[in-house]
Structure formats: C-alpha cells, structure tokens
Design a protein around this ligand. Structure first.
Ligand SMILES: [Zn+2]
Length: 341
C-alpha cells in the first residue's frame, strides 16, 4: 500500500517538469498530454491544490491523474510510480522501471491562500452603484434597467477612492488575500479600473466572486477576473427556483440576455468554471440546453460541457443559433431590432 495523502502532495510542478513540460513562473505552458498537439500555452498547474488543467483539451486533475494521462497507467500503478520516483526511501527494494530517477523533492514555497471573502465582495458592491455610463452601455446591448437591477450590477466610480475606503474598512492584507488589491510601484491598487462594470456572482445571498467588464465597446482588457480564485457558476441561485428548463451559457452577458428573453440560464466562464455537486444535482431533473457561441471555442465548450454533464447523468440538448448570430446577446439584439454594436 502507499501513503495516498503523501503522494497527492508531491509537487506537481516537479512532476510536470520531469515529463518535459516547460512551465512559466506562474505555472503555464504548452500542453504535452498525449493526443494534444498544443500550439499555445493552454496547460497550467495550480500549486494551491497541486492540480493541473489544460484549457484546450479539457483534461485536468491531481498529480496522480497527470501520471495516469502521461503514461496511460491505472490509478494504482500511477501511485506506485510516483512513490518510487519521488518519495525517497519508500521506493527502495522495488524494481526500477521508471524513466525519472528516484529523488526527494523540496516542497514548493508556501503560496498565499486566496479565499473568496464574501463580506469584502458584498461591501465593495454596495459602495459601487451602477453609473449612467455603464447603464447606457448595457442598454445599447439590449439589457434593460430591470435586468441590471436583478443581477445587482455595479460599477467602479473611482478606483483610488474605492481602494482607500476599502483599506480603511478591511485592512490591506485582507484585501490582498482575496485578490482584490495588488501591490504596484504606486502603492496598493484595486484590480478593477475606474468605470468598469461589476458583476457579482451571488450564491445563497452572498457574493462569492466578482467579474468586471469595460463599460464601452473597446476590446482591450474587456473582462477582468479575480486572478487566483476559480470562478464559480454565474446565477447559480436559479437552481433554487422551480424552473424546468435551464440554459447553460458561456458568460455573464449571455446570462443577462437570457434573462431578458425570460429564460433561466447559468454562466460557465470558459473551461475554468467548475460544476459543483449541488449544481449537478440541481440540473439532473431539468431540461438543460447548452447555448454556446457560434465559433470554434464555443463548439468546443459545448462538446466538453455536454460530455461532462452526460457523464454525470444530466440530459443535455445542444442549441445552435441561426446563421449570422454569434451568441445569445446577438440574438437578443436582433430580436429587438438593435443590430448596431
Ligand atoms: Zn491539452
């Protein structure tokens, strides 16, 4: 037998490196998983929970899963290979059949733990009511005042003022800990610039996460997310209601558009959104429709999401848009006779 807890903590950075992955300081690099000819750095590791994920081929998991994927072996075999290669003396006396030499790996330096701070997030939203510029921009995309109010969309008025009152209230270290404030050479700075719209991810009455968006149509830094927190599902509370049909969309704007069209929708932010157990059980007895964008990324999102939901016992239908319509917001705008962007 092996010490599973010990094996799970073998630093994934070292294991990936030994497999030939060239990872940056932040743990990102080209995916070398078998069958994926990655041209971009789609692969990344998270030291926080010692896991990996490829945003292109969708594979993810623990350090044990990495060995299973790379070497095509069973769970038990992966564990025993990891033990033999990395847990030093424990491997003595066993036949050497592995590629990498047996060695003891230093533990990675401690990483500050980023945590969702519901009180801070909620307070920040309370200080940041929607402004005319943000409301006008969203209305230009056919999102009504009522929908903006329903989703409690806010907006940063002045980044400097906001960071100052936040620090007075909560202290700098707490704000850094939840990822809202970073240190720059000009001092502590809120990660969301002035003018950005704030979309709260509310679950059971508390703000779990915030995503920010430019309040104009310029493409630069369109969305800003809390970098180190995995985004939860947007509009999760819809599953606490009696709706029988739920659409799964790729982002916040699509969920707001669905609401305009009187449809209940959940937003999964790319491949990084995780479907929690509650979400999965909440979807099992409902009609689930995946409404992905009409582009390559959208179709891969649809395939991946429907596959993983079906594996979890959820029945899924895929919905495609009419020609010329790229996403649900497009669809809404055309329906309202508001085609200009
Ligand atoms: Zn991959």
């Amino acid at each position: 037998m092996f010490d599973l807890e010990r094996i799970k903590t073998i630093p994934i950075a070292a294991v990936a490196r030994d497999f030939g992955f060239k990872l940056s300081q932040t743990g990102a690099g080209r995916c070398l998983l078998p069958g994926h000819d990655d041209k971009n750095p789609s692969f990344s590791i998270r030291r926080l929970n010692n896991s990996f994920r490829c945003f292109a081929c969708g594979r993810h998991g623990s350090v044990i899963d990495l060995v299973i994927e790379m070497e095509g072996v069973s769970f038990n075999e992966a564990c025993s290979r990891l033990r033999d290669r990395y847990v030093g003396a424990a491997g003595k006396g066993r036949p050497r059949q592995m590629r990498a030499p047996t060695k003891v790996i230093d533990v990675d330096p401690p990483v500050p733990d980023i945590v969702a701070d519901q009180e801070v997030f909620g307070w920040l939203l309370d200080q940041s009511p929607l402004l005319a510029s943000g409301r006008d921009y969203m209305v230009s995309r056919s999102i009504s005042h009522a929908t903006l109010e329903h989703f409690k969309v806010g907006q940063v008025a002045n980044r400097q003022t906001l960071v100052r009152v936040c620090i007075e209230r909560f202290g700098l270290s707490r704000l850094q800990k939840c990822g809202l404030v970073t240190d720059t050479r000009f001092g502590p700075e809120l990660i969301f610039p002035s003018g950005y719209l704030l979309f709260p991810f509310v679950s059971q009455g508390a703000v779990q996460y915030i995503q920010a968006r430019r309040s104009d149509a310029m493409p630069q830094r369109r969305w800003i997310s809390l970098a180190k927190l995995p985004p939860p599902i947007f509009n999760l509370d819809i599953l606490a209601t009696g709706v029988t049909t739920v659409a799964i969309c790729e982002g916040v704007t699509d969920v707001l558009s669905a609401h305009e069209l009187s449809r209940a929708a959940l937003g999964l932010l790319g491949a990084s959104s995780k479907l929690s157990k509650e979400a999965i059980s909440g979807l099992r007895n409902r009609n689930v429709i995946i409404m992905a964008d009409a582009d390559a990324a959208g179709s891969s999102f649809a395939q991946r999401t429907s596959k993983s939901l079906q594996a979890l016992g959820v029945t899924v239908a895929l919905k495609s848009f009419p020609p010329g319509v790229n996403d649900l917001n497009d669809y809404l705008r055309i329906k309202r006779g508001n085609k200009a962007s």
